[in-house]
Design a binder for this molecule. Structure first.
Ligand SMILES: [Fe+2]
Length: 411
């Protein structure tokens, strides 16, 4: 009996000591000027599935406190938790609200007497003023050798946030450990030169889903993306949502046939953009390209059903992913170059994947393309009053492509 008690105590101490923390990461799913969602995953060493299914008593000891640089008092926000997909590990989250715009915050997490760490984040400005910068890209993680340097580049560019366009961890809804590595890499490398964590805005891709599904007219259920849906917030009504930065910029996330059909999002997309008619800048992001380089077939359902809506609402750019190359189209209306009123499609998802080869005759076969290249990259977008600048950057900071558009919709 005594031996059993000692063994139990040893196991508890061991799990306390080695309950590794993956993250934290910061996510925006709404109100970027006044809120921040923080998530991390902790390993559960219990071999008892039933106890893993309940919140551990120790969870009551978990706390997150935060304050802005000019506040003396630490505030605390409740920590909630849930199982990470079908694993025994738990996701812990804090949804901080009522923050001050354009302000740096410190936060710390404690587990009982143990400090898990101190981190920093910054909220979004509520007005465009001097302009903001964000980075975007998808198809992040074939290997750590490709993922880590690009995450480091993302942080080094000091963006306000990162818009991640799907195929984040390549777990295919079954390999949870790939998410743990992905969390670890983002937490470690995607930090600004001022030490702040870069908040992410996430978009679903086929590799978030079991069977890597791309079924634009017959999409699987949300439950087929168990890690994506248990890790992130803001996905109660599916993977489509809009984030508004003051009234100067909106970013609309769409699901290109991974857990929702293309057609069923049409009405919502139209209404969402209509409600934001007066925003200066409008961006959309989804995984599967409508206007690609030919390395895979174009998403014709998106061309047919979403592109006319983008055109009607004067969307500035559609960020596409999935093809593991870089491309930028000319501004397009119905697939034809239209420098005055067209929508630019830019991507195509080669953050940290091996790239694909593009056929040498793309200029002839695909006259809507302005640039196509097989190269790992992220896209840095500078948003200023009256001007948009897009730069495709390699992990070492080399410029692959640069494009600037003067905005005629300036308010
Ligand atoms: Fe993909």
């Amino acid at each position: 009996m005594k031996t059993k008690a000692v063994l139990l105590l040893f196991c508890v101490l061991l799990s306390e000591a080695f309950s590794k923390v993956y993250g934290p990461i910061c996510q925006w799913y709404k109100a970027p000027s006044t809120s921040m969602a923080i998530h991390w995953v902790q390993e559960n060493f219990s071999s008892d599935a039933e106890s893993a299914d309940k919140a551990d008593a120790n969870d009551l000891d978990l706390s997150l406190s935060y304050r802005s640089d000019d506040q003396k008092k630490w505030l605390s926000s409740p920590v909630t938790n849930r199982l990470f997909g079908n694993t025994k590990n738990r996701v812990y989250s804090v949804d901080i609200k009522n923050l001050t715009p354009d302000t740096r915050y410190t936060f710390k997490i404690r587990h009982g007497n143990k400090k898990l760490g101190i981190w920093f984040f910054r909220t979004a400005p509520s007005k465009i003023e001097k302009g903001i910068t964000f980075v975007t890209g998808g198809d992040m993680f074939h290997s750590r050798e490709l993922l880590d340097p690009m995450n480091l580049r993302a942080g080094t560019e000091d963006p306000l946030f990162a818009l991640l366009g799907g195929d984040l961890a390549y777990a295919n809804g079954v390999d949870a450990n790939r998410w743990l590595e992905w969390l670890e890499s983002w937490n470690r490398f995607a930090k600004s030169p001022h030490g702040t964590l870069i908040p992410m805005v996430v978009v679903i891709g086929n590799h978030e889903v079991r069977g890597a599904a791309y079924r634009p007219t017959n999409a699987p259920a949300k439950s087929e993306a168990p890690y994506f849906h248990s890790l992130f917030y803001g996905l109660d009504e599916g993977s489509k949502y809009a984030i508004d930065f003051g009234n100067y910029m909106t970013v609309v996330a769409l699901d290109s046939g991974h857990t929702e059909n293309i057609a069923t999002q049409v009405q919502w997309l139209n209404k969402t953009l209509e409600e934001r008619e007066n925003f200066i800048y409008k961006f959309v992001c989804y995984h599967r390209p409508a206007w690609g380089t030919g390395v895979k077939e174009d998403a014709v359902d998106i061309q047919r059903l979403w592109s006319p809506i983008f055109e009607r609402h004067r969307v500035d750019a559609a960020f596409e992913n999935d093809h593991h190359v870089y491309k930028r189209t000319y501004p397009l209306t119905a697939g034809k170059r239209d420098d005055m009123k067209g929508v630019m499609y830019i991507g195509d998802g080669a953050w940290g994947t091996r790239t694909r080869a593009i056929a040498g005759n793309w200029k002839v076969r695909r006259p809507f393309l302005a640039h196509a290249e097989s190269v790992n990259h992220l896209i840095k977008v500078k948003v200023e009053n009256g001007k948009l600048t897009y730069k495709a950057l390699e992990a070492d900071g080399s410029i692959v492509d640069e494009y600037q558009r003067i905005n005629s919709k300036e308010k």
